[in-house]
Design a protein around this ligand. Sequence first.
Ligand code: TXA
Ligand code: MG
Length: 346
Amino acid sequence: MTDILILDPHTPDPELIAQAAEVLRRGGLVAFPTETVYGLGAHAFDRGAIHRVFDAKGRPATDPLIVHVTSVERIAPLVADIPETARTLALRFWPGPLTLVLPRSPSVPDEVTAGLETVAVRVPAHPVARALLAAAAIPIAAPSANLFSRPSPTRAAHVLQDLDGRIDLLIDGGPTNVGVESTVLDLSRSIPTILRPGAVTLEMLLEVLPRVIRGNVAAPTPTAPMPSPGLLAKHYSPRAPLTLYEGDAKSVAARLAADARAQVARGYSVGIVAADEDPFEGAHVVRVGSEQDLAGVASHLYSALRELDAAGVDVILARGFPALSGIGVAIADRLRRAADGRIVRC
Ligand code: TXA
Ligand code: MG
């Protein structure tokens, strides 16, 4: 049985937060909203609880977890030391959607780091996450609260779709704001390296750091060394196979519409991920926002994929968005992973 607490996302009731914090302190699993996606929290130093997180998600033990704390000072027990770069980034971007990978302290359980010599840490900004961390007064390891390889949950209902009965408690704090997972920045290398693009963009990082590079974020091949163990190509995927159309908006619209017609003629039910300005029509067209508002697109992306799955479509055709800068890089990264190689360049 999964209990559900409904909380005001801006001013969460302290008594209900205290109840949820107690579940975490005792080794229970609590899903909670962050500003990016819902997380599945567990006491970071409780090995039993961490094992249950992997079990509940069906996640391979080789994929390490992010540890969430209330402030940069609280990462001290988790890391070998706090480098100046981390302090600079914390000052500018924490609390917020940035995860830092740092050399670990030996006291962090191997289960959390998947045996790596580094640990990923983040200070989330969502008032519910902050209140929960403060009340629990322990570091909380939290992957996204979805079944392994499914799109991350951006609403409480998504968590229930995947994990009902598999976790102790779900805090429903409404839809999340950012909609894609945090930027993962590896500070353990000589040059800070983005392992996963997110809402804290390359351009923003370059405002405070002299050098930042993008890791091999475009779907790694199975034989290439994996920059971050969790970054499998097939990730964030709806059940229906998704094909991604990239290129200029007009060519994409023409090609996607033609392919949709062909699939319908073959008897398939076709879902389309569209922008507000696209001409597509039909029962299963889900609009994720305007090309002019990529933050809005990011916040609606995963719910669109889940909505099309729930509608039972056989295939999903998705239009790409401007991918070269800002949060467009993160949107393209997630869509390409969902497409698992099915990319049509128009
Ligand atoms: O926005 C987010 O980051 C959400 C919320 C809940 O905070 N969490 C999240 O966790 O997306 P998860 O487990 O779904 O993704 C964590 C990512 C994975 O790609 C994992 O491989 C990477 O962070 N990661 C964790 N520890 C790492 C490490 N020591 N070195 C490199 N990558 C690491
Ligand atoms: Mg995840």
